[in-house]
Design a protein around this ligand. Structure first.
Ligand code: IPE
Ligand code: IPE
Ligand code: MG
Length: 249
């Protein structure tokens, strides 16, 4: 449910009827933001975390149903261990500090990705956050943690092949709907918009199948500088796109 009425949404330059249902953000550029300021990469990650509140709040106020944030990929384990440690520490801190406000704002937290593969501390923090907010009916906030599209697909194939081997399912019964039900995003609205900050024009193993017909928006702005105004710019650009899904008008 939008906290902003249509007049307020229009005043921001957005069409209330064209608000995307599901937005995903690849929050990239923390390291370069810090480097530009001669700060350690960890300072960039902290500044990035500070951006979350405003973006989540605005998503909720605009009535976006689902917001998915790429926070840690299956490939990010290859970073130096002190950086991985910083990110895991920030995760614990984030959920500890923000959970009350998220809960008050009726946000429902879900994790996409193999979060059971996280160290005990961050795993416990995300499990607590999911449990506490599971009955909430506002914004679906999906945090992608230890997430990779390829691993997600392998997991889905394993589930389906197990069913096929046990006779529960015939191979010819497997269709797109069954496959999509085996992805972490089961039950979420179709992905409308992927935003990537930080200047790279790639998906880096993020929601490859879900993004099949999503609009892609790339900006050079580093994630710690991506404020609500820039988010609204991205949403305006989304509303200018002509989504044809392969058909003609
Ligand atoms: C994104 O910022 C945060 C994570 C991947 C966890 P980066 O740390 O990738 O920042 P750059 O790309 O090095 O600037
Ligand atoms: C993608 O950013 C992952 C996250 C934002 C969590 P990366 O910085 O890891 O991606 P690459 O290495 O530039 O492809
Ligand atoms: Mg990066």
């Amino acid at each position: 449910m939008a906290a902003y009425d249509e007049t307020k949404i229009r005043a921001l330059g957005l069409n209330p009827q064209g608000i995307p249902k599901h937005v995903a953000i690849i929050m990239d550029g923390n390291g370069r933001w810090a480097k530009n300021r001669r700060l350690p990469r960890s300072a960039g990650h902290r500044a990035g975390t500070d951006r979350l509140r405003g973006i989540i709040r605005l998503s909720s106020d605009l009535g976006i149903a689902s917001l998915t944030l790429y926070a840690f990929s299956t490939e990010n384990w290859k970073r130096p261990s002190d950086e991985v440690g910083t990110l895991m520490g920030l995760l614990i801190e984030y959920f500890t500090n923000e959970i009350d406000e998220l809960h008050e704002n009726n946000v429902r937290i879900q994790i996409i990705g193999a979060y059971e593969g996280l160290p005990a501390g961050p795993r416990a923090a995300v499990e607590r956050a999911m449990k506490r907010t599971e009955a909430n009916t506002g914004l679906n906030l999906n945090i992608a943690l230890n997430y990779g599209s390829r691993a997600e697909l392998v997991r889905a194939v394993r589930v389906l092949s197990k069913k096929a081997v046990s006779g529960e399912l015939l191979p010819q019964e497997i269709d797109e709907a069954l496959l999509f039900d085996c992805l972490y995003t089961k039950g979420l609205p179709q992905l409308d918009l992927v935003i990537r900050t930080g200047g790279e024009m790639r998906l880096s193993n993020f929601m490859l199948l879900q993004a099949a017909y999503a609009e892609l928006y790339f900006t050079d702005t580093y994630w710690p500088d991506f404020n609500e105004k820039k988010y609204i710019e991205a949403l305006k650009e989304f509303q200018r796109r002509d989504r044809r899904y392969g058909t003609v008008k």
